[in-house]
Design a protein around this ligand. Structure first.
Ligand code: AOS
Ligand code: ZN
Ligand code: ZN
Length: 426
């Protein structure tokens, strides 16, 4: 199924008058406060977030999967789904593939399909947390950190193969997330595991093309419950520094112990020029992978506030790989992703409303109340008409979920793909 601009434009007609009213009201009020609304709109339009291929089917990971039907079962169908998300939102212009779940059979055809839908190939993800069919060695006791050289070599080779696949598609980074760790005290020698991981990453790094980045994701626990080799940003940063200039830390919002100050982590990594990428999701308890902004929207805004500050003030930090990493099993996965994309844009737009100069002055005057007011005023602004205007400008939907439903996307996908498709992935 392909959503045309015409489909979307027709559906927009119903909400156009009310959108224009709300937009004009908001734009006037922001302009009178000194904001440059056009500049904000173009920043919103430029901000593209990659959709993870594994979130396009109903999730469930270690629990049950309840299909929504019409889910993609091939890479081509996954790209088609991202095309639908991008047509509606104009902010999902990239896809992040996971290898071996998404190995292309026909590179040329996949690239052409993605090009036609204006979709780029973002970071490619390797998978050494599952044993692959016919693999000689098992990752049961770790991959890049394993005490066996044969296992480490197999995992290193897999990462090099993933780079090769990504390179053929135009990706520019490799994301490494390891499940390596231990579930019981004494099981692992922490130092050996860390050192092995560093050495393995150095071997992978040596295979990176000149213009590529290595993104190292951290996570405090799960699937291992006593220790994780790359447990936090400090471990990730040490490993990145041990590899070189093209290696960076990747922050996944769900990979922190409760109440961690993620905005501060992000800020300091950008100061050091070492923040490489982002996985957006939300959580209440752990790595819940819930819809972005569904639980802690203010925390998301505070993180974006630091990201915006960093993007403006830290030229030493490269452009980031932005990606959603959320998936669960009770909503239509495409609707869930539409909600996440909206929440990301919303937090970004609000962060763009923070007057950094005014904040700086209030900070220097130690006017704590004013500092808080500046942030909260931005956060409390309803920026949704701005997001809709940015989408509209590029041919997207005023209300993506409403159009998705009005245009009967899921029903059409079920008709086309049937009820028996099974998405690859966990
Ligand atoms: C796992 O917890 C991580 O968030 C990863 O980014 C992982 O590769 C992804 O969720 C696919 O399983
Ligand atoms: Zn992640
Ligand atoms: Zn995760």
């Amino acid at each position: 199924m392909k959503l045309t601009e015409q489909h979307i434009e027709d559906d927009n007609k119903k909400s156009l008058a009310s959108q224009n009213n709300s937009y004009n009201f908001l734009a006037d009020s922001l302009t009178s406060k000194g904001h440059n609304v056009d500049a904000i709109l173009s920043k919103l339009s430029e901000f593209q977030v990659a959709v993870p291929s594994w979130a396009l089917g109903a999730g469930g990971t270690r629990f049950g999967r309840f299909s929504f039907y019409g889910e993609p079962s091939t890479l081509q169908e996954k790209i088609e789904d991202v095309g639908i998300l991008h047509a509606l939102t104009q902010t999902a212009g990239a896809v992040s593939l996971h290898i071996p779940w998404d190995i292309p059979t026909d590179y040329k055809a996949i690239k052409e399909q993605a090009d036609a839908l204006h979709i780029k190939f973002d970071s490619v993800n390797s998978n050494t947390f599952q044993d692959q069919k016919n693999a000689k060695e098992s990752y049961k006791f770790g991959s890049l950190s394993n005490t066996s050289k044969a296992v480490r070599d197999q995992a290193i080779q897999h990462n090099l193969d993933v780079i090769n696949i990504g390179d053929k598609l135009g990706s520019k980074s490799l994301t490494v997330w390891l499940a390596d760790g231990s579930s019981f005290p004494g099981q692992n020698n922490f130092q050996t595991a860390f050192q092995n991981t560093q050495n393995s990453l150095i071997d992978i790094y040596a295979g990176l093309p000149e213009d590529w980045k290595l993104l190292i994701e951290y996570k405090p626990y799960e699937p291992n419950f006593y220790s994780t080799v790359i447990q936090d940003w400090g471990a990730s940063l040490m490993l990145a520094n041990g590899c070189g200039d093209k290696a960076f830390t990747l922050v996944d919002l769900g990979h922190h112990l409760p109440n961690s100050n993620i905005e501060q982590i992000v800020s300091i990594l950008m100061l050091k020029g070492k923040l490489g990428g982002f996985h957006f999701n939300d959580s209440k308890y752990g790595d819940d992978d819930l819809t972005v902004g569904s639980i802690k929207p203010y925390a998301l805004f505070l993180i974006f506030n630091e990201l915006v500050y960093g993007m403006e003030s830290n030229p030493q930090n490269p452009d980031l790989a932005w990606m959603i990493d959320a998936s669960h099993n009770i909503k239509d996965p495409l609707e869930d992703l539409l909600q996440s994309l909206e929440a990301i844009q919303e937090a970004y737009a609000k962060a763009l409303l923070v007057d950094q100069k005014e904040l700086r002055t209030a900070q220097l005057e130690n006017d704590v109340t004013k500092c808080q007011e500046i942030l909260q005023n931005a956060f409390r602004t309803d920026v949704r008409p701005l997001l809709a205007a940015a989408r509209l400008k590029n041919g997207g939907a005023i209300n993506p979920i409403q159009s998705y439903r009005n245009l009967a996307v899921r029903e059409t996908l079920i008709k086309e793909r049937g009820k028996h498709t099974i998405a690859t992935g966990l």
